[in-house]
Write a protein that binds this ligand. Structure first.
Ligand code: GSH
Length: 213
């Protein structure tokens, strides 16, 4: 376990929520650096020196920076092996774990965003994710297999990523909330870490609203 603290670059109502849930799941020591991305904090020089993309989430730890939601989640899971949320090398779940963590950023998100924005589809051998329908079918099949969790019986970092992702894409109406998807989201969202992250986020939003008058 690491004793040194993590600085978590975060903004409410963003993809950084998954990392907040994960930090709570892991019981990780962290300091919150809360940006207001609607006010443009992410484009100020101080933050661009952390992440030149001007995006959250990111973490700073031991003088290094990790950006990209899935990479941050993988890094944190490995940092706290005693939490048991990361299938280690040699665990048969390791391959599926890595597959689904990377699939999220390289196939699922691009497919959903392209589809939601009504971008013309590319020929399937050119598109990095084949096609939208295939991505949805593959993810829905995995949701059916998630009994109860993404990789089987044991909750893992993959559940934090996929549970939070499916929660936001269904709430935005860009992914169908089938009964199976709804039940899976609920299995992740009913956990104390998710509830705490949600309550802390709501408190931050309320305090900003009060400060703005
Ligand atoms: N590929 C990045 C995407 C991160 C991202 O798009 N974050 C949004 C919030 S949901 C952001 O920081 N937006 C601020 C901006 O684009 O100016 C990841 O997976 O971490």
């Amino acid at each position: 376990m690491t004793d040194d603290r993590i600085t978590f670059h975060y903004a409410p109502q963003s993809r950084a929520f998954a990392i907040r849930v994960l930090l709570e799941e892991l019981g990780a020591p962290y300091d919150l650096h809360a940006l207001d991305i609607r006010a443009g904090d992410q484009m100020k020089p101080d933050y661009l020196s952390v992440n030149p993309m001007g995006k959250v989430p990111a973490i700073s730890h031991r003088g290094i920076v990790v950006t990209e939601q899935a990479a941050v989640a993988l890094y944190l899971g490995d940092l706290f092996p005693e939490a048991g949320l990361t299938p280690g090398i040699g665990d048969p779940r390791r391959g599926p774990y890595l597959r689904w963590m990377v699939f999220y950023g390289s196939s699922f998100e691009p497919a959903l965003v392209d589809h939601a924005m009504k971008r013309p589809s590319l020929p399937r051998f050119t598109a990095p994710y084949a096609d939208y329908e295939t991505v949805v079918a593959v993810v829905n099949e995995q949701v059916r297999r998630a009994t109860p969790f993404w990789l089987g019986e044991r909750f893992s970092v993959a559940d934090v990523l996929w549970g939070t992702a499916l929660a936001w894409v269904t709430s935005f109406g860009i992914y169908e909330k089938t009964p199976e998807v709804a039940a899976y989201i609920e299995r992740v969202a009913s956990r104390p870490a998710f509830r705490k992250a949600q309550a802390d986020e709501a408190a931050l939003i309320a305090s900003r609203a009060a400060a703005a008058g």
